[in-house]
Design a protein around this ligand. Structure first.
Ligand code: GLC
Ligand code: GLC
Length: 651
């Protein structure tokens, strides 16, 4: 029945569309629309079926997809077709990413184009340029408070500069990732301004209330994201005399996705950036897309429906484009952003692996892998055609979002353990050389997260100050160990700009009024190109880190077992300082890599049990494919030096 209705509606829509699309070659568009329309219709109906103007809205949605398809450059249409044929292309081990701020890394887009050789030197072939869209000077949240979704901010350059950068990256086979901030706009966005002037159409783009009645109901169950700097989830707007929902900062107004007009605008914007050359679109804050009284307003079922619908629409117009889910939520929840009850990913193909990230930091602080080994078991298998973004640091804080039950099973008390981690990384703990700062401290719950650069959190800043060569060594080893883990775990490793040369905290943010309240700015540095030059001079800190990562990326590319097909077997080692797993080449199961990392300051042993031996050593002797050397052995046990890792294969 449904199918029949959707079919009839599609025909009606296409007839109405005829005059606008005359003369266009829409063969691929029609095929994809035909294949996806039933799903699009069903989802759109689930979300908006109760409205009188449902058919009209559906018409507008199809028009939007068709218009953007007609605007899509031929070169990108060609890519779409190639990627449709080779639909697992992004699961390959050949991709390594880096996230950066355009201004922090290269001043502006023009200059960024001249730095592309640096990515190639390192081996990075996926670049996430964080938000470059127009946003207010004062209240920008690092670019995540957008005041115009279709205009590049003049501090970064022009749309032409971006197009040129995208073309340059394409020529060099480097993927471009751009953000679409789906959940909110700046209060200076045109929609917000019109709403403030009383335009009801635009007031309906947001959540607005004349008094505290509804906001108070929401607040009963909504947590706070920035409890210290932006407490509560609503802001009173003088003049308009309404409470506006502002989950993040007070100047970031949450968009109302129960209004189909909002959804259609955001589809249009997503496709607009796909057409400007984004291979991958990072969808910001996706967990927050649907608000419901009585819930935390995170991970709601409708948020997933919106993402599925968004994906289906993108499949029609720009099927070569992938989505990244930025959902920093519990392990069982995050896997749902690939899609639930499906085999293939049907929402976002890629998701930030915040669980792994936080667990790695736990292992650094405790020198033990008890929680890492426990917590990683809570990470569900991915769907097919889905992959993780594995990272150590990014532009945001480190949240200690592991499961309380996992903390208990690892032998700790949840509250005390989190407290210890915060003290450890903020340098409050005696034994710690970490130089982080708390972020988002919540006085009511005692929760906090952690800011700080990778180098400073592993003690490099302190070690350099002291000039202690052993401590410098240890910090460098930790940086390399952590990268050894994200590069072999399965998924796309995402480096953070500056980490590859050991960039420490940048404290200048304290002097800047717009930044001083937000410790995340300490790890959003201005890239030091003089320091980067030192990567070519032997024995410098910079060269030791850079060369190690460069080699790791190059070796990884050659190892099919590192492609991401749910081909990881965790190894429970009795040794509480080791993290170990096997990667299996999906094409040849005898082709395996045994990964083992030692998070302790002392050498550790790992017995090679029979199972491992048959898997690994039967055909020859063990070689660490990263160093090209044989690993240290004592009797039948592997010896893993302090803060060291192996990627072992039998040769
Ligand atoms: C895949 C993709 C193509 C991409 C290539 C890079 O073949 O289809 O778009 O450029 O991988 O190796
Ligand atoms: C995402 C961004 C973060 C920003 C927030 C609000 O989590 O990564 O930087 O503050 O969304 O847009």
């Amino acid at each position: 029945m449904y199918e029949q209705v959707s079919h009839t509606l599609l025909n009606e829509i296409l007839i109405k569309l005829q005059p606008d699309i005359k003369g266009e070659n829409l063969r691929h568009f029609y095929t994809r629309l035909g294949a996806n329309f039933y799903s699009i219709y069903s989802l759109f109906h689930l979300l908006y079926g109760g409205r009188d103007d449902f058919n009209e809205q559906a018409q507008r949605l199809v028009e939007t997809m068709a218009r953007q398809y007609m605007l899509r450059p031929d070169e990108l249409k060609q890519r779409d077709i190639e990627r449709e044929k080779d639909h697992n292309w992004f699961l390959s081990q050949e991709w390594t990413g880096m996230a950066l701020y355009c201004d922090g890394f290269a001043d502006d887009l023009k200059n960024l184009k001249t730095k592309v050789g640096y990515f190639q030197d390192l081996g990075v072939n996926m670049v996430h340029v964080m938000p470059i869209l127009k946003c207010p000077k004062e209240h920008s949240d690092g670019g995540y408070a957008v005041s115009d979704f279709r205009e590049v901010d003049d501090r970064y350059g022009t749309m032409k500069d971006l197009d040129r950068l995208a073309a340059e990256l394409r020529k060099r086979n480097i993927l471009l990732t751009l953000d679409v901030v789906l959940n909110h706009t700046s209060d200076e966005h045109e929609w917000a301004q019109k709403a403030q002037q009383g335009d009801e159409t635009y007031q309906d783009y947001y959540y607005m209330f004349p008094n505290r009645e509804i906001p108070d109901m929401f607040e009963e169950t909504m947590p706070e994201i920035f409890p210290d700097t932006a407490p509560g989830n609503f802001t009173w707007v003088e003049g308009m005399d309404k409470w506006v929902m502002t989950v993040f900062k007070t100047f970031q107004w949450d968009l109302n996705y129960s209004n189909p007009a909002v959804f259609i605008e955001m589809v249009d914007i997503t496709l607009f950036w796909a057409n400007h050359g984004a291979d991958i679109v990072r969808l910001d804050a996706v967990a927050f897309l649907w608000k419901k009284i009585g819930s935390t307003c995170q991970n709601e079922r409708e948020a997933h429906l919106i993402l599925q619908l968004m994906k289906d629409c993108c499949q029609v117009t720009a099927p070569g484009v992938l989505f990244i889910a930025e959902a920093i939520v519990a392990p069982v929840e995050v896997a749902k952003y690939f899609g639930e009850d499906a085999i293939h990913a049907k929402e976002c193909e890629i998701a930030y692996n915040a669980t792994f990230m936080a667990l790695l930091w736990d292992a650094v602080a405790t020198k033990s892998t008890k929680l890492l080994n426990q917590g990683i078991k809570s990470l569900p298998d991915k769907l097919e055609r889905a992959t993780w973004l594995n990272y150590i640091r990014c532009h945001d804080d480190i949240g200690l979002g592991f499961d309380d039950e996992d903390i208990r099973l690892a032998g700790y008390a949840p509250y005390d353990h989190r407290r210890f981690l915060i003290d450890y990384f903020t340098g409050e703990f005696d034994d710690s050389a970490a130089r982080g700062k708390p972020f988002g401290h919540n006085a009511k719950t005692g929760d906090a997260r952690i800011s700080g650069s990778l180098a400073s959190l592993v003690g490099l800043e302190v070690a350099l100050e002291k000039g202690d060569p052993n401590e410098i060594d240890d910090a460098i080893k930790l940086i390399i160990l952590l990268h050894g883990m994200i590069m072999s775990f399965g998924g796309i490793p995402l480096l953070y700009y500056g980490d590859e040369i050991g960039t420490t905290n940048d404290y200048r943010y304290i002097e800047d009024e717009r930044k001083s309240g937000d410790t995340r700015w300490m790890h959003r540095p201005t890239f030091d190109w003089k320091k980067a030059e030192l990567r070519n001079r032997s024995h410098t800190v910079e060269s030791r880190i850079f060369k190690a990562l460069k080699k790791m990326i190059a070796v990884r590319r050659e190892i099919p077992a590192f492609a991401d097909f749910n081909n990881r077997e965790l190894r429970d080692s009795d040794n509480p300082h080791l993290f170990s797993f096997c990667r299996v080449n999906p094409q040849h199961v005898s082709d395996r890599v045994l990964v083992v990392g030692n998070f302790d300051a002392h050498p550790q042993h790992m017995e090679l049990d029979n199972q491992l031996k048959t898997g690994i050593t039967e055909y020859g002797q063990l070689v660490d494919i990263y160093s090209g050397e044989r690993p240290a052995m004592f009797k039948d046990a592997l010896v893993i030096p302090p803060y060291h890792f192996y990627w072992l294969q039998s040769r």
